[in-house]
Design a binder for this molecule. Structure first.
Ligand SMILES: NC(=O)c1ccc[n+]([C@@H]2O[C@H](COP(=O)([O-])OP(=O)(O)OC[C@H]3O[C@@H](n4cnc5c(N)ncnc54)[C@H](O)[C@@H]3O)[C@@H](O)[C@H]2O)c1
Length: 263
């Protein structure tokens, strides 16, 4: 579908699920793929550097090992709400933001960043002022301190994805000024190892209800192809955009056709 010959990508989360599907699609399209994950990928990536995205120093050490410039950074790694809230926020928000901002100077002109957020962050508008306060922090450590002092109601995973979506939307113009782009993909439920954790933390009825409504969950390749689109020149004027990829679920929920699940 895309030709990424000669293009260089950094992919987090490439060892499993959506990141694995993304790495495989990129490799098939001719890209040079560098994996950053705590686990070793099975896809035939050019290089893999182990990293703990919950640890700022580990991110810095991994970025120091990268050579050259990159056409895209794809932030796919994430942890579910079954993990401790600090870990969820560290990986899904603080580490993702730290890696993204550390990579700016290594991005090739016209390069782009994709953040895999989630439809679970649909409540961002209700919490926008709070999210902006968190995102006004200047560093991983400061953000972690802010979160320790300002614990949030409900599932930390949802809050983390609200922050990831708002981060992407608020950074669009700043990246435009750098000659770059940033976008998010917001999947609904996807058949990957994390889904069992979502059934525990969001409720089996909610996850199974989505499957009943549509007849199936997404496959990881269906999310990966949206990530590739946003990272491609075909999306050259798409910036700061949260792209919902959920088979139509959000449309029915957000317009009230079907009651919003209590996740
Ligand atoms: N699967 C779904 O239903 C679904 C729905 C919406 C959003 N998402 C998001 O999609 C992204 C990918 O999830 P997935 O479904 O492929 O899950 P997955 O569990 O299959 O893959 C997650 C990957 O992230 C890596 N990772 C986790 N913590 C890490 C850390 N501290 N340091 C380095 N790497 C780490 C894991 O090793 C793994 O390779 C996540 O951000 C997730 O929140 C998934």
């Amino acid at each position: 579908m895309f030709d990424f010959s000669g293009k260089r990508f950094v992919v987090t989360g490439a060892a499993s699920g959506i990141g694995d599907a993304t790495a495989r699609q990129l490799i098939s399209a001719g890209a040079h793929v560098v994996s950053l994950d705590r686990n070793e990928p099975t896809a035939d990536v050019a290089t893999h550097f182990p990293v703990d995205l919950a640890d700022e120093n580990s991110i810095d050490a991994a970025v120091d090992r990268l050579d050259g410039t990159f056409d895209a950074l794809l932030n796919v790694a994430g942890v579910p709400g079954t993990a401790p809230a600090e870990t969820v926020m560290a990986v899904n928000v603080f580490g993702m933001r730290h890696l993204t901002e550390t990579m700016f100077e290594r991005m090739a002109p016209g390069g782009s960043v994709v953040v895999v957020s989630s439809t679970a962050g649909f409540g961002w508008q209700q919490r926008l002022d709070t999210i902006k306060k968190l995102l006004a922090t200047d560093s991983f450590a400061e953000a972690a301190q802010w979160f320790a002092k300002n614990p949030q109601e409900g599932n930390a995973y949802n809050f983390s994805k609200e922050c990831a979506t708002v981060y992407t939307m608020t950074m669009g113009v700043a990246l435009h000024d750098m000659g770059l782009r940033i976008n998010a993909v917001l999947p609904g439920p996807v058949r990957t190892p994390i889904l069992e954790d979502f059934r525990q933390s969001m409720g089996e009825d909610n996850i199974d209800g989505a499957e009943n409504l549509l007849g199936r969950h997404a496959g990881p390749d269906e999310i990966a192809s949206a990530i590739l689109f946003l990272a491609s020149p075909a999306a050259s004027w798409v910036n700061g955009h949260p792209l919902i990829v959920d088979g139509g679920l959000s449309g029915t929920y957000l317009t009230g056709l079907v009651p919003l699940p209590q996740i």
